[in-house]
Design a protein around this ligand. Sequence first.
Ligand code: 5GP
Length: 196
Amino acid sequence: MNFLEKRILQDGIVKDGNVLKVDSFLNHQLDIRLFEQIGEEFKRIFKDKKVNKILTIEASGIGLACIAAAKFDVPVVFAKKTQSINVDGELYSAEVESFTHGTKNNVIVAKRFLTPEDRVLIIDDFLANGCALKGLIKITEDAGATVEGIGIAIEKGFQPGGDIIRKMGYDLCSIAIIEEMNSETGEIIFRKREEK
Ligand code: 5GP
């Protein structure tokens, strides 16, 4: 069991509706030592990629992306959520449905922060149905930039996002993949990770 799986077992709470609550270390209170370990793990996994920018989505991806970016020594760009569909020509945008809130947001990135020269590592805290990732991939590709890889802290493997994104051919790696979780018993079972 790796460091993140151990922490999920120790402090994660399985809620109804396929939600894992990790707000004592990842989503509300942030354990920066753990973030350092996650950042180092992303650096190890994607060490052969020529990453010059990290892209994430507000809000909960930003902390992780910043720590990872320090390891790669590159800037972070985060897609901003906006209710407005009235976007002007200086922005890339994508519609993203929020898994946790059930709402649809337009997410935007200013064109000047993503260009065809960029080689992007996408980072996020969770992967569920893959909507957030699909939006970030669309924005990257609309900019003519390259998706070098995708790093996720916690993937819920029983939801379809991981399969969809891997079938699209992206180099997606999640540090912890949950195979099953049960809100009545609190039990969490992890998928064995393929070593990278
Ligand atoms: P997706 O777009 O893949 O369906 O969901 C990804 C986003 O939803 C993540 O950015 C994350 O913020 C949120 N999310 C999805 N599932 C969970 C969960 O079980 N727990 C928490 N805390 N956030 C989740």
